[in-house]
Design a protein around this ligand. Structure first.
Ligand code: FAD
Ligand code: UDP
Length: 385
């Protein structure tokens, strides 16, 4: 045995685990099949801009321990996510707040906004209850995403800011989508454009790749190396294996493939300093084929590392796409069917005495970055104590 630990995957889970293992005096080898470290948080430098190659990543957390931990490896800037919605050329603030309501209805006070929302909700609920032969006072039970959204925020906002975006994102009509997707829709009667309700938020200065490189400092890393192509040889190298790739791929899909929701990005380098004036613009109409455009430089206020203005810009158009085996697995689909299949794989995984399955793909969970860091810290504590 050459190493105490073989870590498969240099994403956040793998990098945090590897760091903790090294700190505990263990010998560690990290391998990744990609040509770069950092997994999905990988950022690539283009014309001085850190381009989020696998989708826009905004760090946000309420977990103080995680924040204290990760800020050892990067300083974070003061970026606050405030996406803009573009509906056929009309621009609205997100998440839904007083700026949105003022633009939509001309209302000025929170009371006026509340009254407008109530009026729209009420008309809709009365109509629906009538259709169902229920009294107006009976509790309204939303049966799909459309009903859930309108009963929370009314018809105008639903039609202009929710319907088209959601249908593009999920590839299905809102009447066929479950209501829970939109349960957490923030509605604010204040002038607050901050998308996340998090205590801590920001983008690592110098890029996510540098932050992960700092975690992996002094640790041997081999890239372009697929563990599953030569599993036996790799297993023979280490006493224990931390596997952060897809759990179904580990077992050669023998129980069937888990499903994912996928996204396709079209990147463009533009010879102009400012394309849309914001990091994220959501296209909420049904006709525009992309869901949103990210302009990466605005995650860092349009400046390079020396604080100089950048003359060019990189944009990414984001398209939702139907996932098929072989595509990049982005978002786990935690519906009943896939969760049940995952449970079966989990039972197999529990029998692999030498291997720990971790991270978004290893545990088939929609983890945000802070959750993956918390999970890796917990996993390493258990493993290394
Ligand atoms: P990954 O980053 O996927 O790392 C797994 C690594 O394992 C990869 O590098 C892969 O190449 C490697 N690997 C897999 N199989 C093998 C193999 N056989 N051999 C060798 N290597 C292998 N979170 C937020 O907090 N904020 C956001 O704004 C946000 N935006 C997101 C946007 C998108 C489009 C996506 C998909 C996710 C987003 N996330 C966001 C979630 C975030 O990306 C994850 O929480 C985090 O990256 C998960 O880290 P991980 O280490 O579990 O997985
Ligand atoms: N959503 C919407 N309009 C928007 C942004 C979000 O209707 O402009 C809805 C949509 O149903 C989406 C959900 O809110 O699926 C969550 O969106 P978000 O972009 O926050 O989540 P992510 O896809 O990044 O997890």
């Amino acid at each position: 045995m050459h190493y105490n630990y073989l870590v498969v995957g240099s994403g956040l889970y793998g990098a945090v685990f590897a760091h903790e293992a090294k700190k505990a005096g263990k010998s560690v080898l990290v391998i990744d099949k990609r040509p770069n470290i950092a997994g999905n948080v990988y950022t690539k430098q283009v014309e001085g801009i850190h381009v989020h190659e696998y989708g826009a990543h905004i760090f946000h957390t309420n977990n103080k321990k995680v924040w204290k931990y990760i800020t050892q490896f990067a300083e974070f800037n003061r970026f606050t996510n405030s996406p803009v919605a573009n509906y056929k050329g009309e621009l609205y603030s997100l998440p839904f707040n007083m700026y949105t309501f003022n633009k939509m209805w001309g209302v000025v006070t929170p009371q006026e906004a509340q009254a407008k929302i109530e009026e729209q909700k009420k008309d809709y609920i009365v109509k629906k209850q009538q259709e169902r032969g229920l009294s107006q006072d009976a509790p309204f039970e939303a049966q799909n995403l459309e009903e859930q959204a309108i009963s929370l925020i009314g018809t105008d906002i639903y039609e202009k800011l929710i319907k088209g975006y959601t249908e593009k994102q999920w590839g299905r009509p809102c009447t066929e989508l479950p209501s829970f997707i939109i349960k957490r829709l923030p509605v604010r009667l204040t002038f607050d454009n901050n998308y996340f309700n998090a205590l801590y938020q920001g983008i690592p200065i110098g890029g996510y790749t540098k932050m992960v490189a700092n975690l992996l400092d002094g640790i041997e890393v081999r890239l372009n190396t697929d563990y599953l192509k030569d599993k036996k040889t790799w297993d023979a190298l280490a006493e224990r294996v931390i596997y952060t790739g897809p759990i179904d791929a580990y077992f050669d899909f023998k129980l069937g493939a888990l499903e994912y929701r996928s996204v396709r990005f079209e990147n463009e380098l533009l010879d102009q300093p400012n394309f849309q004036g914001n990091a994220a613009v959501n296209y909420t109409d049904r006709e525009t084929p992309w869901t949103r455009i990210i302009e990466h430089k605005w995650f860092e206020f349009g400046k390079d590392e020396e604080g100089r203005d950048l003359p060019k810009t990189v944009i990414s158009r984001e398209y939702s796409s139907e996932w098929k085996p072989g595509d990049e697995p982005y978002y786990p689909v935690n519906d009943q069917k896939n969760s049940a299949l995952y449970q079966k794989y989990k039972e197999l995984a529990d029998q692999e005495k030498k291997v720990v399955f971790g991270g978004r793909l290893g545990e088939y969970r929609y983890y945000d970055m802070d959750m993956v860091i918390a999970s890796a810290l917990l996993g390493s504590e258990k493993e290394l104590s």
